[in-house]
Ligand binder design. Structure first.
Ligand code: NAD
Ligand code: MG
Length: 392
């Protein structure tokens, strides 16, 4: 029996994970569930999956969760706060940790799972962007394995042979990351000045949380994924190319020196990557509809529009600058996206905030977690100042 801790259980990846897990009661048992502040949703999931541990990150909601579970006769141990998230990630109750918290809030629990040698199913790409090198050393120290859930990185993982971090020895020439182009593909800058959060979150192919949906609309999601690919597979920035593919059927490709290009295809449904990570190296039923190529009929590819969607280039710049620049990029993006979702910032200003932040805080080498957390805070403060000026 594989024991699973699911961090970010009330989100979109959380729901897809529980859907796959529930199809295999003989194989998987959920031993920890965590959420930010949605007590009712978490309590309902606890009633259904009966985990040993239930964590509500917001300590102000702990009493309410305790009461709800007691009334329902659920015996899960209730905990709250940052230390509880780390316990959920690293405790002996789980063999496998699904890191599906959104944003920098997921960093410390992701690192804790890696250090504890768990099988780490990683959706929380922001933690790789913020602290890719630290995460790699935590994985080495813990001796566990990382299975990427991001569909592109899961595809690359599937297209590479064993020992996936030594790309030149494997004869890999390039990694081709596909991007759907998001809801505003084909639009010009002038058409994007007044788009609303709901328009940005209406993704044509994927149904996801609001933060990553906005990231997809700005193409920052692809920028974060370029940095993620760099850290997960040891690929140089120059060897990672982004190709827009509106149908979202080819999830990414690996090009080899001899001219072979391997791709992973499937319907756009996160349950494929989740099932792959949960069962690897075996394959299990994921509930995903079979791919019907005749119905799809054609697969299109085009270059990304870097003038309209400037975030992608900003991410390449941060990766090349190195040190804490990706941490700054991520923090500025989280603040700008939050301001946009709250109606405080126009869509096009998201890139402006990040660019100004990177210009004000050039990358410096960082080794320790404390330094990265400090860089994260500094970048958030700087971003807040820029947002206040732009919103005025
Ligand atoms: P979501 O907003 O739907 O869910 C986020 C989860 O994180 C929720 O359970 C929430 O309770 C928890 N959370 C949020 N803030 C928290 C905090 N401060 N402390 C503790 N918990 C907190 O997001 P999502 O779409 O499921 O995405 C989750 C992660 O997976 C993101 O990093 C995203 O980039 C990545 N991802 C998502 C998809 C997708 O299809 N949704 C695809 C690839 C990668
Ligand atoms: Mg992705």
């Amino acid at each position: 029996m594989n024991r699973i801790a699911l961090l970010g259980a009330t989100g979109s990846i959380g729901a897809s994970t529980l859907d796959v897990v529930a199809r295999h009661p003989d194989r998987f048992r959920v031993t920890a569930l965590t959420a930010h502040h949605k007590v009712n949703e978490l309590a309902d999931l606890c009633q259904r999956f009966r985990p040993e541990i239930a964590v509500i990150a917001d300590p102000a909601r702990e009493a309410e969760l305790t009461r709800r579970l007691k009334d329902a006769g659920v015996g899960s141990r209730v905990m709250s706060g940052p230390a509880a998230l780390i316990e959920a990630a690293a405790g002996s109750h789980a063999d496998c940790v699904v890191a599906a918290i959104v944003g920098a809030a997921g960093l410390e629990s992701t690192l804790a799972a890696a250090r504890a040698g768990k099988r780490l199913l990683l959706a929380n790409k922001e933690s790789v962007v913020m602290a890719g090198a630290l995460l790699q050393s935590a994985l080495n120290a813990g001796g566990g394995e990382l299975l990427p859930l991001d569909s592109e990185h899961n595809a690359i993982f599937q297209c590479l042979p064993e020992r996936r971090r030594d790309l030149s020895r494997l004869g890999v020439r390039r990694i081709l990351l596909t991007a759907s182009g998001g809801p505003f593909r084909g639009r010009r800058r002038t058409e994007l000045a007044s788009v609303t959060p709901d328009m940005a979150c209406a993704h044509p192919k994927w149904s996801m949380g609001r933060k990553i949906s906005v990231d997809s609309a700005t193409l920052m999601n692809k920028g974060l994924e370029v940095i993620e690919a760099h850290f997960l597979f040891g690929a140089a920035a120059a060897d990672i190319e982004v190709v827009v593919h509106p149908q979202s059927i080819v999830h990414s490709l690996v090009e080899y020196r001899d001219g072979s290009v391997l791709a992973q295809l499937g319907n756009p449904d996160m349950r494929t990557a989740i099932a792959h990570g949960l069962a690897w190296p075996e394959r299990i039923e994921a509930g995903v509809a079979p791919l019907n190529l005749i119905e799809i009929a054609r697969l299109d590819f085009e270059a990304p529009d870097l003038e309209t969607f400037r975030c992608l280039d900003l991410a390449y710049q941060a990766l090349q600058a190195g040190g804490n620049a990706p941490t700054t990029l991520n923090a500025a993006n989280e603040e700008a996206v939050d301001a946009f979702l709250r109606g405080r910032l126009p869509f096009l200003a998201i890139a402006e905030v990040i660019e100004a932040c990177l210009a004000r805080l050039p990358g410096t080498p960082t080794e320790h977690l404390a330094d990265l957390l400090d860089s994260d805070l500094t970048a958030r403060r700087e971003a807040q100042r820029i947002i206040a000026r732009l919103a005025a």
